[in-house]
Design a binder for this molecule. Structure first.
Ligand SMILES: Nc1nc2c(c(=O)[nH]1)N[C@H]1C(S)=C(S)[C@@H](COP(=O)(O)O)O[C@H]1N2
Ligand SMILES: [Mo]
Length: 257
């Protein structure tokens, strides 16, 4: 599954800076939560932040935890680091379970986002309707388990706002995302409601290009790359565990970053 290494010069220095900033925080709860990040990073990327003895100890503890415990530890108000425009990675890497030539060509005019499951309003959405919703921007780091990370600028609708628009049952466990390229993934409700979880419509101020997930993707700086679905065609709110493309092949479902 670790099929290629797009950017072997993984930006360890700035990741380490983030990590040290987080580790300096006084709250034990935040400290434990943040160890998930370091755990994900070092186990999955082989990044040298494991040289930190304190990080190692936390890693051992956390690695014994299962998804349930991680979900419980998750602090929905904790924000991932943000960056300046000057820190953006150019070009932002492309990744998918296929080559860039195979990127799906979705017609924005015909596009409808289907909504189903535990929601009071099951109407589908046109792209135009999505663009009319309130938008914000974030410059955040995307971390892929294949050994690269990159900073990008993403614009779109806060996902919590969208969930409220469709009358989602906010006590439901999961949100499932089906994509235009036969990819799918699912997330927990606390992450869905996280202030940085974004229904993404733009990259660097432009309409989201096909390679990054046109017409729409979900951006979550608190989750590893494979949890961020591109080309989303339908969203289901459910209490039945939906799994995912990589998750069904052994990747950790929680996939925290
Ligand atoms: N629909 C879809 N979404 C996907 C994938 C995919 O293959 N198909 N790959 C995931 C993985 S592993 C990564 S790292 C990111 C890559 O996003 P990017 O092309 O914007 O860098 O998309 C994620 N979302
Ligand atoms: Mo990835």
């Amino acid at each position: 599954m670790f099929k290629k290494n797009i950017n072997p010069a993984l930006d360890t220095e700035s990741i380490l800076k983030d990590a040290q900033r987080e580790l300096a925080l006084p709250s034990r709860r935040l400290f434990a939560k943040r160890a998930l990040t370091l755990g994900g990073l070092s186990l999955l990327t082989g990044c040298n932040i494991t040289d930190e003895p304190s990080v190692n100890r936390m890693l051992e503890r956390i690695s014994r935890m299962n998804d349930g415990v991680q979900g419980w530890l998750f602090d929905p108000k904790r924000l991932a680091p943000t960056y300046t425009q000057a820190e953006m990675t150019r070009p932002f890497p492309f990744n998918a379970f296929y080559a860039i030539e195979e990127v799906p060509e979705i017609d924005g005019a015909d596009y409808r986002l289907e909504v189903s499951g535990l929601v009071s309003d099951k109407r589908s959405w046109t792209l135009q309707q999505l663009h009319k919703l309130p938008q914000n921007e974030q410059i955040t780091r995307h971390i892929c388990v294949e050994g690269w990370s990159a900073i990008g600028r993403w614009g779109g609708v806060p996902f919590s706002y969208f969930l409220k628009q469709i009358g989602a049952d906010l006590s439901a466990k999961y949100i499932d995302f089906q994509c235009g390229d036969d990819y799918h993934t699912s997330i927990d409700m606390p992450t869905a409601l996280h202030p940085q979880t974004q229904l993404t419509l733009t990259y660097d101020g432009q309409i989201l290009p096909p390679k990054y997930g046109f017409p729409m993707k979900l951006r979550m700086p608190t989750k590893l790359g494979y949890k961020n679905p591109k080309h989303i065609t339908s969203i289901e709110v459910t209490n039945t565990y939906p799994g995912g493309y990589w998750e069904d092949q052994g990747y950790n479902w929680f996939g925290g970053a």
